[in-house]
Design a protein. Structure first.
Length: 818
């Protein structure tokens, strides 16, 4: 069974989610930090000359710089937040410390003012964040800020790197003592800004840095990481602080600058981060190859690596545990997968991969990576969640993900945290190693915010937020801190099993897949297996996490479902029983899904014109989004709505571009215009449809001349008959049937021999079987779509079967050997 996780739309209606007796996510406090955070009120213009205080504050990239980047950290009972103070003539670097016990707040103003775009102080520059780190070993505060790949020249001479640090134990001084003079001055310039971290000015070592971030390891040692270089030749570097010596080391480069001269085809830049999570220094990134002639407009790939050295100075490996070159020259050494393979275009510069990338690792060792890819030729965007449960040999790649900008882990849980369409915070959560994100918290009232930066510590979310003020004309804006208790359980776990999906009284349509998914923990020993029972009949057992089973009920009616977990020693525990209802499918109802419309007579697909009042056309392919349609109820009729433009209109005999042409419109559904509504006629004998313009006897028709019209036609005229094919299935290319590629293993579980059968795939070029620790134990090139395997040395346990097709698809399934 392939472990593919689905987020049922039913869950979206839930704002709170709990397992057993776990408490709810709750807002503990909200506090205003300032009314004076800098905000750019003008327009995006890198050539602006508007310097006067009375003129709008123009910007180079984005309008909000506070809060932004690595600007919030916690230390003991304090929260530290950095920001720039507005307006245009002020721009000072600020540090606020908030005491969560007393509610007291103290802010320090630093002399440095925001540099602006390439030294043009009157143009805001959102790359120039203020990163903050606190060493718990000596209580020092460290800030690196206001940089975007500056070199030691021009206005940045001896000012290419900005670093400020405090004396020991400053972090927890009293408010009265928490003052600017507790920070160390540069002996050469007599200011609080240093262009070195080790006391020696070395422009070649410290220039050209961007995106600074601080992090701690398990021993409380402080690290700084930042990108060295440019957008087309950049390396992620990191450096460690020695708290005893009060001194930083030297930067180590994770990947090499100038890779094009060191064995790679071209230089490339790194877009990602280095973090310390689950006991290791790790890196996750996307690559921007300085090529210009391939299909990628900017970034490509999803890459991940980790170090077995607590300092990160050596022993780097890819996700398979294979050694990595340090510094990395060829990014392919640590490639997880290529998002560009998940869209159709191969045209030059048409694959757009920029935002929506982040990664994290749970305390259980589950790796999660999110990414986004857009096909600019076909206007298709896919959000991808790739995750690797601990103990599994390869990543699971899922496009069943709504997308996010950032990903966070706390304990064994993974969180998506952001602002909803109203500008209010929400929290989605999934158990590590799964793709079952559910909304566990959402604010529906209170303040609205433009953006926020997240810090999670000890199971609490510290959300640093910029208020969405009613006016955009103010160069100073309010910021707030919200502290939200995520109620992450720590310590010993109980022996329990809970059904996560489906939920009690949930309804499914006949033929719809029901994913039975259970969460199980053991107080002693380990969970050895989880059994799934339907009406007290055992339908499946799973011995590897995540514990799940995809089940399709055979008949309509009610079913009772429960799970039984077993731990080391054989003791078992049973979940609460839930009931689901399977109802008969009304195949005439086309609402609630997205369809391709294929003409029965010609086999071609209906596509919108992309412009209002222009006739629609027919195409050989139905994969592109402009060939996808939804049906929206409008009174007694329906609108036929394009996924990329607007609803269809049935014109009359005097239409200028052809009598009775069917045209696209820019109008949205639902609409009641008489020429834009349709009646659906369903033929249950052959599962086909005819679409009548309102009730006037004229039907959607693919004429012999290639035009799409609405004319009178008998039901026997197949040019007026259509198939509605859901976009959730893959279209075959050989016989125009909807075909789903699949791999099936039987019997499974097995003892002495088993058969692997492939359906609707291109030729399988190789089959590999791996044991639970990721070792290859079997390999074969099949001669047909059926491979018979005799058990020659397979020990009792769980195996992963992987099959590779000639068209570069990978199919996986789980094999259980008794």
């Amino acid at each position: 069974m392939t472990k593919k996780l689905h987020l049922n739309l039913f869950f979206i209606t839930f704002l709170l989610f709990s397992m057993s007796t776990k408490a709810q996510v709750t807002l503990e406090s909200e506090v205003k930090i300032t009314d004076l955070a800098m905000y750019f009120t003008g327009v995006q213009n890198q050539n602006s000359t508007r310097q006067a205080e009375t003129e709008p504050y123009d910007y180079a990239y984005g309008s909000a710089l506070s809060p932004h980047g690595d600007c919030i950290k916690t230390y003991k009972h304090y929260v530290f937040m950095t920001w720039y103070r507005g307006g245009k003539l002020d721009r000072h670097v600020m540090l606020t410390r908030y005491n969560t016990l007393t509610g007291a707040m103290k802010t320090i103003e630093f002399p440095h003012q925001h540099t602006g775009f390439k030294g043009k102080w009157w143009i805001g520059e959102t790359h120039n964040t203020i990163a903050i780190g606190i060493s718990p070993l000596n209580g020092t505060i460290h800030m690196v800020y206001d940089m975007h790949a500056y070199t030691n020249s021009g206005v940045f001479t001896n000012d290419y790197f900005r670093y400020t640090y405090s004396m020991p134990n400053t972090a927890e001084l009293s408010d009265a003592e928490f003052t600017l003079d507790k920070f160390v001055k540069d002996p050469l310039d007599d200011d609080y800004k240093h262009c070195t971290m080790d006391g020696v000015r070395d422009a070649a070592h410290y220039d050209r840095f961007t995106y600074p971030q601080f992090f701690l390891n398990d021993d409380g040692e402080l690290f700084l990481t930042a990108r060295d270089g440019t957008s087309h030749d950049g390396a992620q570097a990191f450096i460690k602080y020695d708290a005893n010596a009060l001194k930083w080391g030297r930067f180590i480069h994770f990947n090499a600058l100038g890779a094009g001269s060191k064995g790679e085809t071209n230089n490339w830049s790194i877009y990602g981060s280095i973090k310390y999570v689950d006991g290791k220094v790790r890196a996750g990134f996307q690559r921007r190859l300085n090529n210009g002639s391939d299909k990628y407009q900017y970034q490509n790939g999803v890459y991940y690596a980790y170090s077995d050295d607590p300092t990160g100075a050596s022993q780097w490996k890819n996700h398979k545990g294979e050694a990595m070159t340090l510094p990395l020259v060829k990014a392919e050494e640590v490639l997880v997968f290529e998002p560009g393979d998940y869209v159709a275009t191969t045209a030059q510069n048409k694959v757009h991969i920029v935002s929506g990338f982040d990664w994290t690792v749970t305390d259980n060792g589950d790796v999660h990576i999110i990414s986004r890819v857009k096909d600019n030729e076909n206007n298709v965007t896919k959000n991808i969640h790739s995750y690797k449960p601990n103990g599994v040999s390869d990543f699971i790649i899922s496009t069943d993900f709504t997308g996010a900008q950032e990903l966070y882990a706390s304990g064994d849980n993974v969180f998506v945290i952001g602002l909803n369409s109203s500008g209010r915070p929400f929290v989605d959560r999934t158990e590590g190693g799964t793709n079952l994100f559910t909304r566990v918290y959402e604010q529906t009232s209170g303040k609205r915010f433009r953006k926020g930066q997240v810090h999670i510590s000890d199971g609490k979310l510290y959300y640093y937020l910029l208020e969405n003020n009613t006016s955009d004309n103010d160069e100073t804006q309010p910021t707030y801190l919200q502290i939200i208790n995520l109620n992450v359980t720590q310590g010993p776990k109980p022996f329990e099993v809970n059904l996560v999906t489906p939920t009690n009284n949930q309804t499914f349509k006949e033929g719809e897949n029901v994913q039975i998914y259970a969460s199980a923990t053991a107080d002693t020993g380990e969970i050895t297996k989880v059994e799934f029972l339907v009406d007290d009949f055992l339908v499946n057992a799973d011995s590897t996490k995540p514990y799940l089973f995809d089940w399709t009920p055979s008949v309509i009616g009610s079913y009772k479902i429960k799970a039984v977990a077993y731990k080391t020693g054989g003791e078992s525990i049973t979940s609460s029983e839930i009931t689901i209802e399977v109802t008969e499918v009304d195949k005439s109802d086309l609402t609630g899904d997205v369809f391709r419309l294929r003409n029965v007579a010609t086999g071609k697909f209906l596509g919108d014109s992309g412009a209002s009042a222009i006739p629609v056309s027919m195409y050989d392919s139905g994969e592109e989004q402009d060939k996808h349609w939804t049906f929206v109820k409008s009174g007694a009729y329906y609108n036929i709505d394009s996924e990329t433009f607007g609803i269809l209109r049935a014109t009359g005999p005097t239409f200028s571009d052809g009598a009775n042409a069917v045209v696209s419109t820019g109008k949205s559904a639902p609409a009641g215009d008489t020429d834009k509504v349709w009646t659906i006629h369903y033929n249950e004998i052959d599962d086909t449809f005819r679409f009548e313009s309102k009730d006037n006897g004229r039907f959607l028709y693919h004429d012999a001349n290639g035009n799409v019209t609405n004319i009178s036609a008998p039901v026997t005229d197949l040019r007026s008959v259509w198939q509605a094919i859901t976009t959730s299935v893959t279209l075959g290319t050989t016989n125009n049937e909807s075909l789903l590629p699949s791999i099936k293993i039987y019997p499974n579980p097995t003892e002495d021999r088993f058969t692997i059968a492939f359906k609707n795939t291109s030729r399988i070029k190789n089959v590999e079987i791996y044991n639970i620790i990721g070792n290859l134990v079997y390999q074969k090139v099949p001669k047909s779509n059926v491979l018979q395997v005799k058990n020659k040395g397979f020990k009792t346990g769980v195996y992963l079967v992987k099959a590779f097709s000639e068209d570069n698809q990978t199919f996986t399934s789980k094999l259980i050997v008794k």
